[in-house]
Design a protein around this ligand. Structure first.
Ligand code: PLP
Length: 383
């Protein structure tokens, strides 16, 4: 895809004249199959919260369903309801748990809360009673991340309450890793052992501990179901190992203007960058309102941040503005320095993890920050 959008867009397609976000659904499907293979014999689900990490819920989940994925995790009940519209047969878990007073909404959309406290469990049990049905739900236990999940004491109380356990169906017991992206971290083994202790107190049910990085921790971490997110979307599941996933997201912004600067002239708000030689500067049509974070401004974190034009890298200079970024194209092939030519901001030459590093953040935040102004192009999975 890298070569396709580098060219000047056809004038008859004004939408493509601005920023373009290209999403490779075939790479997404390949990444899911790769994770499913890693996870086997455990089942591979998919985490699709936050609009499938910013990539678009509908194209992502229909692609994953076609690849064979049947279980999905969202964060919020309304995300679950949107997903239910698209996939009537899917199993859908809501990771934020049972939001207060919303049990009937979960019931209407056949959503399964990941119940994370005794309060939530009581509320779900009450709702099940009104429906006279043992509705399915996950029980989310905390094993050391101290985020959502029942404490050990709460698991004990639940285990002793046949009234609560009799009211609903535990279809999954789950927990979440704090340090899965660091394979050698002692927390992984500690959490796995705690998970086994807590699980043993609860009714026999399928278990799930692993997110994307957890899926690579190997023997003993896969349990019955893994629930990767970031790896499916091309992010590196490891903190410090090469990325085994295929890139899914490419981002292009057009050159709006080219200018020549004399030595000593400055670029952008705050005049933070000064030309140390006569320089060519390209102004690109994307900015922080599009999710190109302001922290990518020169000199960035371990930067400067780069874009790619005609196969050459060009550093981001000056501050990122709302709608524009400026790049130093002095060393870029003159053939590509034309108004309307596309710069790759992310894609074949620049990974989402590199952009994240320059911004001082993680790939998750880059993807979920992608703005709504891009024209989105989806390359189908079956082409
Ligand atoms: C977001 C999330 C996941 C997916 O994590 P990745 O690191 O993106 O694979 C899995 N489980 C829980 C509880 C989550 O919040």
């Amino acid at each position: 895809m890298s070569t396709v959008y580098r060219v000047t867009p056809p004038p008859e397609n004004p939408e493509l004249a601005g920023g373009v976000l290209a999403i490779d659904l075939k790479a997404l499907a390949d990444n899911w199959r790769f994770m499913a293979d890693k996870a086997a014999p455990a089942t591979c689900a998919a985490t699709v919260k936050a609009d499938a990490y910013g990539l678009g819920l509908e194209p992502v989940v229909t692609t994953l369903w076609a690849a064979g994925c049947r279980t999905f995790f969202v964060a919020l009940p309304h995300e679950g309801a949107a997903l239910r519209e698209i996939l009537p047969e899917a199993v859908i878990y809501v990771l934020d748990g049972l939001l207060q007073g919303q049990a009937a909404y979960y019931g209407e959309h056949s959503l399964r809360p990941a119940l994370a406290s005794l309060d939530e469990i009581r509320e779900w049990a009450d709702y099940c009673q009104t429906q006279q049905a043992r509705l399915p739900a996950a029980v989310h236990v905390d094993t050391g991340i101290s985020r959502l999940g029942l404490s050990e004491a709460e698991v004990r109380s639940l285990a002793e309450s046949s009234a609560l356990l009799g009211a609903f169906r535990v279809t999954l017991v789950m927990s979440h890793l704090a340090c899965g992206d660091e394979p050698g971290h002692e927390m992984n083994e500690i959490q796995r052992k705690r998970f086994d202790v807590l699980r043993a107190m609860l009714p026999d049910a399928p278990a799930s501990l692993a997110n994307s990085p957890g899926t690579f921790l190997g023997e003993g971490f896969g349990y019955d179901l893994v629930r990767p997110g970031i790896a499916l979307y091309g992010g590196n599941p490891f903190a410090s190992r090469p990325n085994p996933m295929k890139p899914v997201v490419s981002l292009y912004a057009p050159i709006l203007q080219l200018r020549s600067l004399a030595e000593g002239e400055t670029v952008g708000y705050g005049a933070t960058w000064k030309a140390s030689r006569p320089s060519r500067i390209a102004i690109l049509g994307a900015g922080y309102a599009d999710g190109y974070l302001r922290s990518l401004s020169w000199p960035a974190n371990d930067g400067p941040a780069q874009v790619c034009i005609g196969g050459s890298y060009a550093p981001v200079v000056g501050r990122v503005s709302m709608d524009t970024i400026c790049v130093d194209v002095t060393d870029v092939d003159e053939d590509f320095l034309q108004r309307g030519v596309r710069a790759e901001i992310m894609g074949a030459h620049i990974t989402v993890d590199e952009v994240a590093k320059w911004a001082g953040t993680i790939a998750y935040e880059i993807l979920t920050s992608l703005g709504m102004r891009y024209t989105r192009l989806y390359a189908p999975a079956d082409s």
